[in-house]
Ligand binder design. Structure first.
Ligand SMILES: [Ca+2]
Ligand SMILES: [Ca+2]
Ligand SMILES: [Ca+2]
Ligand SMILES: [Zn+2]
Length: 388
């Protein structure tokens, strides 16, 4: 958009449905054509003197307050949660009678905070396209607060995402398609209005979720340079969605005493007890899992993983049938391999395979040490299983 005086900086692109409901439920079917090899999208913070007279049907600027410097800083952090996952390079420019960013953020004093925390215009060539108006009680919008999550949500609208359900705090309920009720919640989307019942009570999101990341990466491309090293992510009840396509990364639950479900597969969720701890965005690599002192269940991925269950009675789950893995023990670990991938297991008591064979870890080691590799004796695991 422009400011009602000047036209857009970036062009607006019209999108088509993909046939994937998890993506299509998120799309406004417009996004910005970012500019240049830096993929620039301009934003700005308007003041009272920045406006043309034909801004929008409600001319929100006639009742505006500019964001203060602290709120602007939080808004930049909220922008960064999106540029971290997608190829959008948000660049701030001055906002005045001769120029404005495509995304502009300010407070609109006519918003009733009881019914709405703000709104964001979808990308368009109208003067208002991409603009964000926040409720007057936005406050400091600290990371973890409701209003920081609101900033992330409204930026989602401004760059091309809609609500994934048939609801709106204003008068413009989006058209479908929509997510099924099982996924129309915060664990899947910051654009949803619904909490997830397994999320810690009162928690606010601090970044986009699984389906947001998938959709925005479709529109702008994935930011494949994020988190280039070997990174460790500590599991806690402060739910996070992890985007990390580089290195050998760790999901670390070693500080936990509740039973954990640690899922190393992209597109899946990990839990502390029954509370959501983390989701892995599609394309995220996580190859190391550390269990806590409880009885943990750890799901492996196809990359090959290093797993330490820690204390407790821990189970590791493989997607393939038992006989499809070669098994080699060492003094304190067992290594399974298949194709070019290998998985090393330490402090694991049970290993589960797709064909529902459940092998006690000690038995797995004994079988491997005695040279009875899987596949060599079809009845092997039936016998062992009966003996357990
Ligand atoms: Ca990394
Ligand atoms: Ca454990
Ligand atoms: Ca253990
Ligand atoms: Zn919204």
């Amino acid at each position: 958009m422009g400011n009602g005086i000047n036209s857009s900086q970036s062009a607006v692109v019209t999108d088509s449905l993909t046939g994937n409901n998890a993506i299509d439920s998120m799309l406004t079917l417009t996004h910005w054509a970012t500019m240049g090899t830096n993929r620039t999208l301009y934003y700005s913070f308007p003041n009272l003197g920045s406006w043309g007279s034909n801004y929008s049907s409600s001319n929100e600027y006639t009742n505006m307050t500019a964001l203060n410097s602290g709120q602007q800083a939080q808004f930049r952090l909220a922008l960064a949660t999106w540029s971290r996952v997608a190829n959008i390079n948000f660049v701030e420019i001055a906002d005045n009678s001769s120029q404005a960013g495509d995304i502009r953020a300010a407070i609109n004093n006519t918003i009733n905070p009881q019914s709405s925390s703000g709104f964001g215009y979808y990308p368009s060539d109208f003067a208002s396209g991409g603009d964000i108006w926040l409720a007057p009680n936005v406050g400091e919008a600290a990371v973890g607060s409701f209003y920081f999550a609101t900033m992330i949500h409204e930026i989602g609208h401004a760059i091309g995402l809609k609500h994934p359900g048939s609801y709106d705090s204003g008068d413009s309920t989006p058209s479908g398609p929509f997510l099924p009720s099982s996924t129309d919640n915060y664990a899947y989307s910051v654009m949803s209005y619904n909490r997830n019942s397994q999320m810690e009570s009162g928690l606010n999101l601090t970044g986009p979720s699984l389906y947001d990341i998938q959709a925005i990466q479709l529109l702008y491309g994935a930011n494949t340079g994020t988190a280039p090293g070997n990174d460790s992510y500590t599991l806690s009840t402060a739910f996070q969605t992890i985007w990390d396509p580089n290195g050998s990364n760790t999901l670390d639950g070693s500080a936990q005493s509740s039973n954990l479900s640690i899922d190393l597969r992209a597109g899946n969720f990990s839990y502390i007890g029954s509370t959501l701890a983390a989701g892995l965005a599609y394309g995220t690599r996580a190859q190391v899992a550390r269990g806590g002192t409880g009885d943990d269940t750890i799901y492996t991925n196809e990359l090959g993983d290093s797993i330490d269950g820690g204390a407790g009675n821990d189970t590791v789950v493989f997607s393939g049938n038992y006989s499809s893995y070669a098994i080699a023990p060492s003094s304190s670990t067992v290594t399974l391999s298949q194709g070019g991938a290998s998985w090393s297991l330490a402090n694991v008591e049970t290993v589960r395979f797709a064909d529902t064979a459940v092998a006690a870890y000690a038995e797995l080691r004994r079988a491997a040490l005695s040279g009875q590799q899987p596949g060599s004796g079809p009845g092997l695991w039936d016998r062992h299983h009966r003996r357990l």
